[in-house]
Design a protein around this ligand. Structure first.
Ligand code: PLP
Length: 234
């Protein structure tokens, strides 16, 4: 039996301690509960604790849960997004964290236009340069952002990264710091129609370090809902 409420208290404590160490206000950091593979009952439990931001990495799962939970929630698309599936979520999510190509951005722009919405996005950066990861390199980020900035129905809000899987969270500090530096760098270019306020970084194992390095959104799954079992599904 996973006690979502108790886990949330623990996560909240870690967030507050990290904010304190970094001299930041708690309200600068949004906690996203990553509910992928987890049942609706658990989301409802987190909602009872006041949670409103939920992260999912599969389009079908967002659509299914969106249908069931009628209450206004902020759904975050945090996983790799295929172009042919953009149409199903473009008007349902509050933020797509995983945009890493102009082709995907063009598709989002097109579908957003059809639905008469402006879709907020983050640029996913493969900050550690891992072969296995989606995301653009830091070098490619500026060019991509300049291209996307010209699209009318897409609005860039910042950067996202998935740091490497490490035993010791301190090993990821350099990557979080590098993403923060990239954010500052891009901000200084004052590109029209580009906002760089959001830094989505840090997961269960390392969100404390990410907050110390400037994260404004942390994505926490296991720490709230327990281990995932990919064999069982929703
Ligand atoms: C699954 C996932 C998370 C949450 O990971 P935990 O280690 O369970 O906290 C965060 N971000 C992304 C992009 C994910 O896919």
């Amino acid at each position: 039996m996973i006690l979502v409420r108790e886990n949330l208290i623990e996560v909240e404590k870690r967030i507050q301690e990290a904010c304190k160490r970094a001299g930041r206000n708690r309200d600068e950091v949004t906690l996203i509960s990553v509910s992928k593979t987890k049942p609706v009952e658990m989301i409802l439990e987190a909602m009872e604790c006041g949670m409103r931001d939920f992260g999912e990495n599969k389009v079908q799962e967002i659509v299914d849960k969106y249908e069931i939970i009628k209450k206004e929630l902020n759904w975050h698309m945090i996983g790799h997004l295929q172009r042919n599936k953009v149409k199903y979520i473009v008007d349902k999510v509050c933020l797509i964290h995983s945009v890493d190509s102009i082709r995907l951005a063009l598709q989002i722009d097109e579908e957003a236009k059809k639905k008469n919405v402006i879709c907020p996005i983050l640029i996913e950066v493969n900050i550690a340069g891992e072969d296995s990861k989606y995301g653009v390199t830091s070098g490619e980020a500026v060019t991509l952002i300049e291209q996307i900035s010209r699209l009318e129905n897409v609005s860039i809000k910042g950067l996202m990264t998935i740091a490497p899987f490490v035993e010791n969270a301190e090993e990821n500090r350099i990557h979080f710091r590098n993403l923060r530096n990239l954010q500052v760098d891009i901000k200084s270019k004052n590109i029209d129609n580009v906002n760089m306020d959001i830094l989505s970084m840090g997961m269960t194992g390392d969100f404390d370090v990410a907050i110390e390095e400037g994260a404004t959104m942390v994505r926490v799954g296991t720490g709230i809902f327990g281990e995932r079992n990919y064999n069982i599904g929703v």
